[in-house]
Each structure stands twice: as structure tokens, then as C-alpha cells.
Design a protein around this ligand. Structure first.
Ligand SMILES: [Zn+2]
Length: 168
């Protein structure tokens, strides 16, 4: 476990976040965005266990965020919860904490770049590891590379399906 503060947006939970630090922060509005039942159960459990800490955005940092966005001149589409999450990230940085925002949301990542806040994507870089796609035959379990062009197995003729595998 590291001292890094992870600031999590809804996509982090939906894409299977697993705590790697003692400090996992989000805002309550984000938890409302997690609609999928399984992700929601995992999230609620993590909150109950104290693994996820809910913080409120402070007006000071929401204002600072609005200012920066206005200055950048980019057309940044941010939801209310996203803004609150970014304000929480700014507050943590202001406290001198080392943070990383976990998000798979492209507009969020754009804003994070502009704000110079470190971030990581769950799916591509992966707090859970690196994933690759492979194809596997559901009959004989033969594995094929992701670019295997056929829907059926060359050995047994069963259906070949694509799945995500963790490489490390
Ligand atoms: Zn087969």
C-alpha cells in the first residue's frame, strides 16, 4: 500500500477499481453515477469498509477550477460530479498530497492534462494490471491471437470468443 491518494471517477468503479492505496477518494455525486448493480455493490462495500473516502468539494477550489477552464478556452464538457471531483483533487494537491486521478473518461483526462494533475486510466494502463484481448475456443479451449479472423475454431469447429486477459 502506498501513500498515494487515488481520486476516483465513476468510470474507475465501473471498470473494476481495486484499492492499491489506503487513500481512495471520491465525491458522493460520483457514487450516484454508478448505476450498474455489481459495481454499485462493490462500491458500497468499499465505502462501508472505509476503503473509499467520500469528500466534499470546497467552493474555493470549484472557483479555481472554473477560472482555469475559462482561461484555457477549450470547449470542456464536464458534468457537475466531474467538476466536484476535480475540485477535490485540487484541494488535495493544495494540501501537498501526492495524488493520481483514476479515470477512463476522455474529457476528464483532457482537463487533467490542462490542470497538470497526474492521472491514470484503468482500462489502458490499469491499476489492476495490463489487459490484452485474446480469443478462446469454447470447445477445446485453444487460444488464438486477438486478430484471429474467424468465428469458429480451426481444430474443433466450436465458437471462438473474445476475452480480456490480464498479462501481469
Ligand atoms: Zn476448438
Amino acid at each position: 500500500m502506498s501513500d498515494l491518494y487515488y481520486v476516483l471517477d465513476a468510470s474507475a468503479f465501473i471498470n473494476g477499481f481495486e484499492p492499491k492505496s489506503d487513500f481512495n477518494i471520491t465525491v458522493s455525486e460520483i457514487t450516484d453515477e454508478v448505476k450498474d448493480l455489481k459495481s454499485r455493490l462493490i462500491l458500497n462495500q468499499a465505502i462501508d469498509d472505509g476503503k473509499i473516502i467520500i469528500q466534499e468539494a470546497q467552493k474555493e477550489f470549484l472557483d479555481k477550477l472554473d477560472e482555469t477552464i475559462a482561461k484555457s478556452g477549450d470547449d470542456l464538457r464536464l458534468s457537475g460530479p466531474d467538476k466536484k471531483l476535480l475540485a477535490v483533487a485540487l484541494a488535495l494537491l493544495d494540501e501537498g498530497k501526492e495524488i493520481k486521478v483514476l479515470t477512463d473518461d476522455y474529457s476528464m483526462q483532457n482537463v487533467l492534462k490542462i490542470l497538470d494533475i497526474p492521472y491514470e486510466s484503468i482500462i489502458t494502463e490499469g491499476i489492476k494490471g495490463v489487459y490484452n484481448w485474446k480469443k478462446t475456443c469454447e470447445g477445446c479451449k485453444k487460444e488464438y491471437p486477438a486478430d484471429y479472423p474467424f468465428d469458429d475454431c480451426e481444430i474443433c469447429g466450436s465458437k471462438v470468443f473474445k476475452r480480456r486477459i490480464k498479462t501481469y
